[in-house]
Design a protein. Structure first.
Length: 577
């Protein structure tokens, strides 16, 4: 690895020191209104701080402070920082689903980076989609780039009980059907659930994405688990600011870090931490941008035999703050040293194995050894069969072992609204052996592939003590959720996948150990149903959503827009003046 490649002309040079004096004047002069001295334009690396801060993305609401710390680090290392905003996505508030806008935000990030006089980029991320979207966009430009994850909230605590963001929310229906849980309790639990700045503190999608970024080598070591309000997080931002300036000098671009080996490492680490199923769709989209081949089966092949080393909700009992105190991701990566590519290079210029060589674990209740894991096999299982020709996924560590092989009668809902309207109907013919099938929640169908796959169980069954049932959909599930939930069925129902043809009463066989999921209906009958099937009419005839529906790829490919896959590099062929 070249430690310094200072001969390469800075990209920003063509803005600030061009042969055309008029152009140089225009590019420099307007920036001067922020007080930039002469030396800002004379060969110092210009660093963009890509900020997903937004008050409507509560998980990222603290990132302005972090940007200041990054700026400090950039200036200390001799660079020049400029902070810029990109589309932010708050998981809890955005409708119909934040995922609909991941690709839009990635486009915003890509074009903002390329169009401006930047030599390197720092991505400030937090809530679920803000990490993959910005990485995807940055990949399509391929400048030196470092990620600063915003960090998880402090542990939730309610009446002495440890409560995890999201994980607790999924139990509200159950709690509210209990007379002892009042509205006042609910209000108190809301505050206790979100005690500080930061993102969800379970091993939900945001934590999974932070771990993904660290495992890919895109953060400084140990970044993922540091709580948002811990002073070490600010220090991380400052050091990342220093480091990106060096990365520019070394020309350490994203494509030099994001090799196939880095992706394989991320899959192994994700399995060991019990990461979210959303990891699959985002990692594939990132791989598609940087140009690394990654198939859905790779997640099963490389990850499903990896032991679960982290005891965090929703699979386990602790939270991210505990994970940090126990040693965080470095302790996990060190434990996995015989299962990862230790030589994969990271943003600090060192190999991942080298970075984590001396990492210690301080609490074996939270991070186990490979020899004595919390579960022998974690990771994600990829299913195939006539119900999911291109694949479907399930997270066995969040599911019920006794439902891993199951056969039951389908109870079909055509949409999430249909489900909400009927699931609690006392007359609904459903029992604990039924298989809940939810159609119309895939990338095209919802649109945006909402996190509604973990359908709440019928109240009448909850009251009987039923805790889990098999649920199947073409949608996603929050990383904070749990249950025997088959997701990402591809092709999805809205484009005529077999899922669209399932009828209430059909038998569905789920066999996770053998990676099969079958609809027990004859080919002849299926053909008849297919011939009679009509695609649902789209309600979106204009704007971004219309573009999304027409160009989104299916979930087994990462659900990127087809024209965004790949990269165009950082070159801009024409000036604006
Ligand atoms: Fe933002 Fe969970 S809602 S990370």
């Amino acid at each position: 690895m070249d430690k310094e490649n200072s001969n390469k002309e800075l990209r920003s040079h063509s803005w600030f020191a061009p042969a055309d004096e008029k152009l140089g004047f225009i590019n420099r002069s307007w920036l001067r209104n922020q007080g930039c001295p002469d030396d800002y334009f004379t060969g110092r690396p210009v660093i963009g701080i890509c900020n997903t801060w937004s008050e409507l993305t509560p998980c990222n609401a603290h990132l302005r402070d972090f940007a200041d710390m990054v700026k400090r680090g950039v200036l200390e290392a001799g660079g020049v920082p400029f902070e810029f905003p990109v589309t932010s996505m708050g998981e809890t508030l955005m409708r119909p689903t934040a995922m609909l806008f991941r690709n839009l935000a990635s486009m915003d990030t890509e074009e903002s980076i390329r169009a401006n006089p930047l030599d390197g980029v720092v991505l400030l991320t937090g809530c679920d989609k803000t990490t993959p979207s910005t990485i995807m966009g940055a990949c399509s430009v391929d400048l030196p780039t470092i990620v600063v994850p915003g960090g998880p909230m402090l542990n939730g605590r309610y009446k002495g009980e440890l409560i995890g963001s999201g994980t607790f929310a999924w139990k509200i229906k159950e709690k509210m059907s209990n007379e002892n849980f009042t509205k006042k309790d609910l209000s108190e639990a809301e505050v206790c659930n979100s005690r500080s700045a930061g993102h969800c503190m379970t091993m939900g999608t945001a934590s999974t994405m932070a771990c993904m970024a660290e495992a890919l080598g895109l953060t400084l070591p140990g970044a993922a688990a540091i709580p948002a309000v811990d002073s070490r997080k600010k220090l991380l931002a400052q050091l990342s600011g220093r480091r990106i300036v060096q990365m520019v000098k070394e020309d350490l671009t994203l494509s030099k870090i994001l090799t196939r080996k880095a992706f394989e490492n991320a899959i192994v680490v994700n399995a060991a931490v019990g990461g979210s199923t959303n990891f699959i769709i985002h990692l594939q989209a990132i791989a598609g941008r940087i140009g690394v081949d990654l198939e859905l089966q790779d997640f099963d092949k490389l990850g499903s035999h990896i032991p679960l080393l982290v005891n965090l909700m929703p699979s386990g009992k602790f939270l991210m703050e505990d994970f940090f105190y126990a040693g965080g991701l470095p302790a996990v990566i060190r434990e996995l040293k015989d299962k990862i590519h230790n030589e994969a290079i990271t943003v600090n210029g060192n190999a991942i194995g080298e970075n984590n060589l001396d990492a210690e674990c301080y609490n074996r209740e939270v991070i186990s050894t490979v020899v004595d894991p919390f579960q022998e096999e974690a990771g994600i299982a990829v299913l195939y069969g006539n119900l999911c020709e291109n694949g479907a996924v399930i997270k066995p560590s969040a599911a019920s072992p006794d439902l891993m092989v199951h056969s039951g009668k389908a109870v079909v809902f055509e949409s999430i609204e249909d489900c909400h309207a009927r699931i609690d109907d006392p007359e609904l013919d459903i029992d604990e052996n039924s298989v809940i099938v939810l159609q119309g929640v895939g990338p095209v169908g919802y649109p945006g592939m909402a996190e509604v796959g973990n359908v709440s169980l019928p109240v009448k069954l909850i009251k009987k003590g039923v805790k889990d049932m098999v649920r199947i959909s073409d949608g996603r599930m929050s990383g904070t959720a749990f249950g025997t939930v088959v997701l990402h069925v591809s092709p999805e129902s809205a484009i005529g996948g077999t899922l669209a043809l399932v009828k209430t009463g059909d038998i569905i066989e789920l066999d996770v150990p053998n990676r099969r999921m079958e609809l027990k209906v004859s080919d002849e009958e299926l053909k008849k149903r297919r011939d009679n099937w009509k695609a649902p009419e789209s309600k979106y005839d204009r704007g971004y959503v219309n573009l999304y529906i027409k160009t989104v790829e299916q979930s087994h490919l990462g659900a990127d827009l087809d024209f965004l896959v790949g990269k165009s590099g950082s070159e801009v062929l024409r000036h604006s003046h």
